[in-house]
Design a protein. Structure first.
Length: 145
């Protein structure tokens, strides 16, 4: 019995997606005939640690997470309509982007990330390249100068 091909994992900041990376990830998943896992990593708002220094109540964390799930679904909607033949798993995780993507890279055929200008994006991409155990495609953001 042959090994089932791994999925394509897309690292996406749902608040500021790199459209060229999303296009590339959907194209790769379609070409390979595999599922696309869209991973949106998020963090609790800074106000949460000030308000609850020991632990955030589950009810509040769940409310914030539900909002993040909706933000990701909204941003992916145009691509899901453009690529109806690509199965998509939306994955919202309360981890750093590098932790979330490195975890999913273990079973992936490819990890796709966008490269936006700025030190945070460069640091994330660099760390991911050191952690990932599968190929990583870094797609430049062609919408910004």
């Amino acid at each position: 019995m042959g090994r089932r091909p791994g999925e394509v994992v897309l690292g996406i900041d749902a608040r500021d997606p790199v459209g060229s990376a999303v296009d590339f990830a959907f194209d790769c998943a379609r070409a390979r005939g595999v599922r696309l896992r869209a991973v949106h990593a998020w963090a609790l708002p800074a106000s949460a640690s000030a308000e609850w220094p020991f632990a955030v109540p589950e009810r509040d964390r769940a409310t914030w997470e539900d909002h993040e799930v909706q933000v990701l679904a909204d941003v992916l909607r145009p691509w899901r309509e453009r690529y109806p033949d690509v199965p998509v798993l939306e994955d919202v995780v309360l981890l750093s982007p590098v932790q979330a993507l490195a975890h999913h890279a273990a079973g992936a055929a490819l990890v796709v990330v966008g490269s936006a200008p700025g030190p945070r994006s460069r640091a994330t991409v660099h760390a991911l390249l050191n952690e990932a155990v599968c190929p990583v495609a870094v797609v430049p953001d062609d919408s910004r100068p």
